[in-house]
Design a protein around this ligand. Structure first.
Ligand SMILES: NC(=O)c1ccc[n+]([C@@H]2O[C@H](COP(=O)([O-])OP(=O)(O)OC[C@H]3O[C@@H](n4cnc5c(N)ncnc54)[C@H](O)[C@@H]3O)[C@@H](O)[C@H]2O)c1
Length: 369
């Protein structure tokens, strides 16, 4: 029998973000779109028609032998439930962030995958884009020496002015850390390796917030999660990074990520995007210099993580946006509140491998290294 060369994809969850994934699947030759599903069949049918694939119920998609990999784009509250169902059906899974809401559910997903001999990948995959890969190359090539410190700032006044359904952002499983934190913490682990401990204080500025989006204008949104997180991350590498992640701030003037090394400093672009400007201050040049991007994928390429996972399924190598990495990020995010509540440093138990850097010179649409 001829060896399989492509991986059949089924998308579950046809909401806001799914079109970016349909585009991503089309961009990589290793992925083949089979079908899509949603509890809202109207949404699934519309996306199937737009993208030239089959619309199925979740049950049909999970029974479809053409589907090797399920891309789970449902809401965070059901990520674990949908991923577990896909694994039980013998499918590999790539899930949107976070891997799960609770650590217990995240572990259940990873344990079942191991038991079934299946692979789990998880967003964000933005760290595989041009901005973060260029930053990684500069660090790995020694341009700033040994990284000793850094800062992360993700601060905004929250999504209730623009998001059509903002209430869930202030409930368990969301807030600024679980919604946006995965981008920043994943980027740091990609650049510096795994986190050893977290020491943090969390707070909330408002017990209730007023929606100003047109769909829910004037409605009160009760807040049941912290909305301002500030803390320090200690990495196994020895680096320490100060992070503030907040939905309580109108404006600020900080870079998203700065890293400070023994030989220079690096301004890393926003890891919520694929491209961006990378700036290097080297002790030799003695000024900030914008760097040419060394890697491709500067535009939205959500799905690159699923393509990378497909090569791992085909037995080529380990995937980068892995479930192990996402579980570690989930543990770190939970550690902020745990540390704040206990008024103690929290040691992180998981210690995934730092994902491999993407080599230079790959053909667009292929990630076979
Ligand atoms: N919207 C964005 O800009 C964005 C960006 C990056 C990541 N994400 C992440 O992507 C995921 C989806 O976000 P979204 O904005 O597309 O949400 P959404 O609410 O627009 O879409 C989610 C879809 O999942 C479906 N769904 C819910 N439960 C289901 C179930 N049990 N089985 C099948 N379908 C189910 C819903 O009917 C809906 O169509 C989230 O994890 C989010 O954090 C979203």
């Amino acid at each position: 029998m001829a060896k399989k060369k492509t991986i059949g994809v089924g998308i579950i969850g046809c909401g806001n973000i799914c079109q970016a994934y349909f585009n991503g699947v089309k961009a990589f030759e290793v992925l083949r779109m089979v079908s899509c599903a949603d509890i809202n069949m109207k949404a699934a049918r519309a996306k199937a028609q737009e993208n030239g694939c089959k619309a199925e119920t979740v049950k049909e998609l999970l029974a479809n032998k053409e589907v090797d990999l399920v891309i789970n784009l449902t809401v965070p509250a059901v990520h674990a439930e949908v991923s577990l169902a896909a694994l039980k059906a013998g499918k590999h899974v790539h899930c949107e962030k976070p891997l799960a809401v609770s650590l217990k559910d995240g572990k259940a997903v990873m344990d079942l995958a191991t038991k079934k001999g299946l692979l789990v990948g998880c967003a964000p995959d933005t760290f595989m884009g041009a901005g973060l890969q260029t930053s990684r190359k500069l660090i790995d090539d020694g341009w700033i020496g040994r990284v000793v410190g850094g800062t992360v700032f993700l601060m905004s006044r929250g999504p209730e002015s623009w998001h059509p359904n903002p209430a869930f952002f202030y409930k368990a499983g969301a807030g600024p850390m679980f919604d946006m934190g995965p981008y920043y913490i994943t980027a740091l682990v990609h650049l510096l390796g795994p986190v050893k401990s977290v020491s943090a204080i969390t707070s909330r500025a408002f017990e209730s917030r007023t929606a100003t989006c047109k769909e829910h204008f004037g409605e009160q949104l009760p807040v049941s999660v912290p909305t301002h997180y500030t803390g320090s991350l200690e990495f196994h590498s020895g680096a320490t990074v100060t992070a503030t992640i907040s939905f309580d701030v109108h404006r600020h003037g900080h870079s998203p990520i700065e890293l400070y090394g023994t030989e220079g400093s690096l301004k890393v672009p926003d890891p919520n995007k694929f491209g961006g400007s990378v700036e290097l201050f080297s002790a030799v040049a003695k000024e900030w210099q914008t760097q040419a991007l060394s890697h491709p994928y500067a535009d939205n390429m959500r799905g690159i993580g699923a393509a990378d996972l497909a090569y791992a399924i085909l037995g080529k190598r380990k995937h980068r946006a892995s479930g192990d990495l996402a579980y570690h990020v989930l543990e770190v995010m939970h550690a902020f509140e745990k540390s704040s509540n206990a008024k103690k440093h929290v040691m992180i138990e998981s210690k995934p491998d730092r994902p491999a850097a993407i080599p230079l010179g790959l053909i667009h649409g292929r990630l076979d290294n």
